[in-house]
Design a protein around this ligand. Structure first.
Ligand SMILES: [Zn+2]
Ligand SMILES: [Zn+2]
Length: 352
């Protein structure tokens, strides 16, 4: 089999031939059909996150270094099972839950494997979907997607569960207050469609790109605003009778978070998912006096991924727009994402 591998940061992915892995114990072998490309893949390819103020979080310090097989948004078919695994799953079309932990730390034991201190995540710490076939350690990480399009389902593993888990943090307030979404990229459109399916009050979409805002309007946003507008804060406060109560920041830089904090109304709840990077000066009295909740959200749990797949199936949630590339064009696809020329999600297709 072959994979497309990061052998060196900032260098094109290289095609590498290797022996097909054999599932051991409770493991499964998945023949990859579709593998989504996420901004995290770009950070992994670059080798660091920008923390702002010239500081970097180097991935090598966390044990993540080349060679890397990227893509944590993987769908495919179960083609083999280890001797202690359930062989009746062979042939099933699955989405792989990539946010795998050690299984032993306090987070893993209490069902928050996505927060594990010794993670073993697919496409990050272990081989991901830019390979013809991959090993998944246990049946609980396989989600049946029979009836869904494999390319459209792949992004549910990251873009999907990240937005779903973030939106769940707002609780039932989504039924009473519109959610302001900052960033009309892949995650923004996913959030918009999920809110429609979750009987939410509505979505106000913000972005710096008017074309993306026009698409958001078509997809059901009740209002859109260009966050470069001079009076964006006052417009937002007018639309929401004093300031938004629920804000999802999918950009995660100084501009987006300061916009969220400056515009939030009383009792404002800001959930930050974006990882573009930067730092902020924060006026502390605003937090208790308004009072504000600023919360981070990082991917999601396997239970949340199962709930999400159920929601998508039962409410027929329309997938985010997906552009397919053959896997041998993975370097061109990455360049497109780096250049910001992507509406929705890029998915790499394997020839199977
Ligand atoms: Zn991702
Ligand atoms: Zn753990």
């Amino acid at each position: 089999m072959h994979c497309y591998c990061v052998n060196e940061h900032h260098q094109p992915l290289e095609k590498v031939e290797s022996a097909q892995p054999q599932p051991q114990g409770e493991e499964y072998l998945i023949q990859v059909k579709a593998a989504g490309l996420c901004h995290t893949d770009i950070h992994l390819w670059e080798g660091y996150y920008n923390l702002g103020g010239g500081k970097r979080l180097n991935l090598a310090d966390r044990g993540v270094k080349p060679p890397l097989v990227l893509s944590h948004e993987v769908t495919g078919k179960v083609i083999a099972a280890g001797p202690d695994a359930d062989s009746s799953l062979i042939g099933q079309q699955v989405l792989v839950h990539p946010w795998i932990g050690c299984g032993e730390c306090q987070y893993c034991v209490h069902g928050e494997e996505n927060l594990c201190i010794k993670p073993n995540q697919i496409g990050i710490h272990r081989a991901g979907g830019f390979a013809e076939s991959i090993i998944v350690p246990k049946a609980k990480y396989l989600v049946n997607i029979e009836g869904l399009n494999p390319s459209e389902a792949a992004p549910l593993a990251c873009a999907g569960v990240t937005t779903y888990s973030a939106l769940k943090k707002f609780g039932n307030k989504i039924e009473h207050y519109p959610v302001v979404i900052i960033g009309a990229g892949g995650l923004g459109f996913m959030a918009l469609k999920l809110l429609n399916a979750m009987n939410a009050k509505g979505t106000i979409m913000l972005d710096i790109d008017d074309n993306k805002l026009a698409e958001a309007k078509k997809a059901g946003a009740i209002a859109t605003l260009n966050s470069k507008d001079e009076n964006v804060i006052s417009q937002l406060q007018q639309m929401t009778q004093g300031g938004p109560r629920l804000i999802l920041d999918l950009v995660g830089n100084a501009d987006s978070l300061s916009l969220a904090i400056s515009s939030a109304g009383r009792g404002g709840h800001i959930v930050v998912c974006g990882l573009i990077g930067g730092e902020l000066n924060l006026s502390i009295p605003l937090i208790p006096m308004r009072p504000l909740t600023i919360q981070g959200s990082y991917v999601g749990t396997v239970e949340e991924l199962r709930e999400l797949v159920e929601l998508v199936k039962s409410k027929n949630v329309e997938a985010i727009p997906v552009t397919e590339y053959p896997i041998d064009q993975v370097n061109q696809a990455m360049q497109k994402l780096i250049n910001g020329q992507v509406l929705g999600r890029l998915v790499l297709k394997h020839a199977v």
